[in-house]
Design a protein around this ligand. Structure first.
Ligand code: FFO
Ligand code: GTP
Ligand code: MG
Length: 464
């Protein structure tokens, strides 16, 4: 499926660099490049060079030398896109980059769309759709965790996981459909016991992959951690200390933070997104009350909650604290809530001991003095379930894959029900086909209409 137009784009970031790489792909890529390339070796043309070879020379436009460059040649089908590919490494001046690109645009190339090189790699069978999608994730990865998951997927993660099971299911589908041709003769080509085993195995694998999505999605986008508490407990101070940046306004005035403020940091290879919220209290201020409502929403949507307690106000006799802690526990029953006492620098050792005995498992920090912050970070990473990650299991991070897996699971469950109820074969053979079709959408073997492809690749950067 070689496209006949030749596309060009800058592969390196736009701007000045030591070297910039301009990439061409298409049937005529080598021919076009050759017209404007003069080798340092006499009479050397790019056309009859070996694939994966590099050549030093000049890019010239009618006697005018634009730059001294290195040109790499990749020959169809042995290239990233599977087409003829030329990479020009020029000096990284934006002027030179533009001159070279313009020269080729005037001479038979067209500017590549976002993701078009990778789209071509997919269309030419160099990778399946889920691997092509992972290329964008690899480029976007900003933590060890998101990088590991993206690399896993780019190297065929889900596809490999399901390949064997899909082939077996396909074999059964064929046998079962063959039985339909002999209906009335009561033959069974497909061994029912083995078939049941396969269906159970597929169900298990699909469930595991589906379950991995909540972790995968959080690790990819940063695990949301909401910081909540009454006004003035030091929520914004804690955010700033964690980020190591004066991101949020801090003041001794209660009710300083109105809108939620968030940013991401990487702790131990995992991205966490901390969300500072408005202090929670009874208020008649309209804007503040909106902020408080938002604080609850943020906590509701977060994966972890840091509930800050003001040590300054702590009086052991005061049962208010315990009531508040119970209220928060009740409100967020299904969330992991960390109760953390801030401003411990204002307490005596005796008061600290009392605080610890009164509030079970409380962590102690001073956001202002950076005390207890390392322990807090450790606690946060320990709360994230990294089991799948450390076992190098496939983790689903892409919502399109997640949806396809869910659909496949529904179909295989129907197959299971069909077998158990001994319904007629023709009915569950439809469900088998459904399951195969949904799995096929992940790799792009089925249902890859232009709209879906356009949507997927438009999220890429130009030049990829
Ligand atoms: N300069 C450069 N660096 C790059 C890329 C690129 O396209 N150009 N890549 C782009 O993302 C990544 C590397 N991926 C690549 C994958 C396949 C082939 C390739 O030429 N494949 C051939 C030949 C393999 C072989 O040597 O046998 C093939 O698959 O047939 C090149 C790059 C990252 N670094
Ligand atoms: N002594 C002490 N003071 C602190 C500590 N952390 C914060 N503060 C002070 O407490 C006051 C309130 O801090 P903020 O971070 O603005 O509190 P907040 O929870 O964001 O308050 P609102 O935005 O109003 O809800 C400021 O004067 C901070 O300097 C701490 O660990 N020790
Ligand atoms: Mg604040």
């Amino acid at each position: 499926m070689i496209q006949n137009d030749t596309i060009i784009a800058l592969a390196t970031p736009s701007g000045i660099g030591a070297i910039a790489v301009i990439r061409l792909s298409g049937e005529k890529a080598i021919d076009i490049a050759d017209q404007f390339f003069t080798s340092v070796r006499k009479n050397k043309s790019l056309k009859n060079q070996k694939s994966h070879s590099i050549h030093l020379g000049y890019i010239t436009d009618k006697e005018h030398v634009i730059d001294e460059v290195l040109v790499s040649i990749f020959k169809n089908p042995n290239s990233y896109t599977g087409e003829n590919v030329v990479e020009i490494s020029c000096h990284g001046s934006t002027f030179i980059q533009q001159e070279i690109i313009q020269l080729f645009l005037k001479n038979g190339c067209r500017l590549a769309d976002a993701g078009e090189f990778t789209l071509r790699a997919f269309l030419n069978g160099k990778m399946d759709l889920s691997q092509a999608e992972a290329v964008a994730d690899v480029i976007a990865s900003n933590s060890a965790a998101s990088h590991q998951m993206a690399m896993q997927q780019m190297r065929g993660g889900i596809t490999n996981e399901l390949k064997d099971l899909r082939t077996k299911l396909l074999d059964f589908a064929a046998l079962i459909e063959l039985e339909l041709d002999f209906s009335g003769e009561d033959v069974e080509f497909a061994d029912r016991t083995k078939f049941k085993e396969l269906v159970a195995k597929i169900t298990l694998v699909l469930k595991r992959l589906i379950d991995s999505f909540s972790v995968g999605n959080a690790l990819k986008n940063g695990i949301p951690v909401a910081i909540i508490g009454e006004p003035n407990v030091g929520k914004s101070t804690l955010l700033n200390t964690l980020l190591n940046e004066e991101k949020a306004i801090v003041s001794e005035i209660a009710g300083t933070t109105r809108d939620a403020i968030e940013d991401e940091i990487i702790i131990d290879g995992v991205a966490f997104r901390f969300i500072d919220t408005a202090g929670i209290r009874e208020t008649t201020d309209f804007v503040e009350s909106i902020g408080i409502k938002k604080a609850y929403e943020k906590a509701e949507n977060a994966q972890l909650i840091i509930s800050l307690i003001n040590s300054e106000k702590f009086k052991v006799q005061d049962s208010k604290f315990k009531v508040e802690i119970e209220a928060i526990k009740n409100r967020f029953q299904h969330k992991k809530v960390l109760f953390i006492a801030n401003k411990i620098d204002t307490l005596t050792n005796e008061e600290i001991a009392l605080l610890q005995s009164e509030i079970e498992g409380v962590m102690l920090i001073s956001a202002k003095n950076n005390t207890g912050i390392e322990a807090l970070k450790k606690e946060l990473t320990s709360l994230v379930n990294l089991g799948a990650l450390s076992n190098n299991e496939t983790i689903v991070t892409n919502s399109r894959h997640f949806e396809a897996l869910n659909n496949a699971l529904q179909a295989i469950i129907s197959v299971q029900i069909g077998i158990d109820m001994e319904i007629s074969t023709d009915l569950f053979s439809i469900d088998i086909r459904e399951c195969l079709r949904h799995l096929g959408t992940i790799t792009g073997e089925y249902d890859v209409d232009k709209d879906i492809l356009g949507h997927i690749f438009s999220n890429f950067c130009i030049g990829k």
